[in-house]
Design a protein around this ligand. Structure first.
Ligand code: DAH
Length: 361
């Protein structure tokens, strides 16, 4: 049997003189690793008689501990030396000129920017963010929102149908609006609810003001006493903040959506007389959102008792709001992927005007 005293001395010497982490790790594996020398000696203990095992075992354990401790100490020592060497070598030359920013920095797309701005405004009003899938079941996109199969509103949506059904034999569509997130989110929790849901939506439609893929933000508040007045205040507060105006006039027009009762369309005051459309001035009205009090059938779809809870919902067209706020005439250019367009209309990430960074530049 090897003399353990000599072995220990030998290993400790080796550890002491090793110069780098790799060398130290090699020693650790060679001695204490699964097939290391000390580990194998430990294994051999099982061949000894109980008395021998006791004696040898305790010596071997001490040896193992000593080696392990000396490796840990050495590791720390090497780490410190490496750090000190790096600190001595590395210097930051603060007088070096900064590289040109314009060279390769990207721009933030106006849609991302406006999504961000809208989310911040509602975030500051205490709304949470909820999400749903782009490929949606017919159930959530239509039925749960009180739009049954034969309903004419289905035709109005120019839906893209997916070729295959899902595993539950349900028909799938590319969601035509963000409203399906209403029921999806409500059925997972308990009222009160207060959330917005930003995302992509799809309709088979394309001209100067329509693209097959576009963006919406859904908003919803449900509580015991939520009423139309709250909705009006919320929309006013939102549009004032979004368009960075001290006051704004909005007009609520009676309308029809299957998932709200009453339903309304929201217009903001604007001036179309000049070359650019100005929001908050003039005498024209511009439609910016759909909204209403959530239909009792929708609450029932989400297992919420409509005799106890009520609420409002609204849907904002994000691309339209981006066009308005930043004066971008053709909607289709949003999605052409032209870098020159993005350089012109996009935002540098350092001077994005958002609530948290100060809205006005
Ligand atoms: N989902 C509607 C659409 O895409 C917009 C909308 C209208 C959403 C009224 C709402 C609402 O939440 O209450 O045309």
């Amino acid at each position: 049997m090897i003399d353990l005293v000599i072995l220990e001395k030998e290993i400790l010497e080796e550890v002491k003189s090793v110069k780098d982490q790799d060398g130290l790790e090699a020693i650790r594996v060679g001695e204490l690793g699964k097939k290391g020398r000390i580990s194998l000696l430990m294994k051999d203990l099982s061949l000894l008689s109980p008395e021998e095992k006791k004696e040898k075992g305790s010596t071997l354990n001490k040896l193992k501990n000593n080696v392990s401790n000396s490796i840990s100490e050495k590791k720390e020592e090497l780490e410190n030396t490496e750090l000190n060497n790096r600190l001595l070598k590395e210097k930051v030359d603060v007088s070096l000129p900064v590289q040109s920013q314009s060279a390769k920095t990207g721009k933030i797309h106006p849609v991302s920017q406006v999504m961000d701005e809208i989310s911040e405004i509602f975030g500051s009003l205490g709304y949470q963010i909820a999400e749903g899938p782009d490929i949606e079941t017919e159930h959530y996109n239509f039925n749960a929102l009180n739009i049954p199969e034969s309903h004419p509103a289905r035709q109005m949506h120019d839906t893209f149908y997916m070729p295959d059904k899902n595993d539950n034999d349900e028909s799938l569509v590319l969601r035509t609006h963000t409203s399906p997130v209403q029921v999806r989110t409500m059925e997972k929790g308990e009222p009160p609810f207060k959330f917005i849901s930003p995302g992509r939506t799809y309709r088979c439609d394309s001209d100067q003001t329509h693209t097959p893929m576009f963006h919406q933000i859904e908003g919803l508040v449900v509580d015991e006493k939520t009423h139309l007045g709250h909705l009006k205040w919320t929309l006013e507060t939102f549009f004032k903040s979004f368009f960075e105006l001290d006051s704004i006039e909005i007009q609520l027009r009676p309308s029809y959506f299957p998932f709200t009762e009453p339903s309304l369309e929201v217009d903001v005051l604007c001036d179309r007389s000049g070359s650019v459309l100005k929001v908050g001035e003039g005498s024209d009205w511009l439609e910016v959102a759909g909204a209403g009090m959530i239909h009792s059938e929708v609450l029932k779809s989400a297992n919420i008792d409509p005799t106890k809870y009520q609420g409002f919902a609204f849907g904002l067209g994000v691309d339209r709001l981006a066009q308005l706020k930043y004066g971008i005439p053709d909607l289709r250019t949003f999605f052409n992927g032209d870098v020159r367009w993005l350089n012109h209309y996009g935002f540098s990430f350092l001077d994005i005007p958002t609530l948290s960074r100060g809205l006005k530049k």
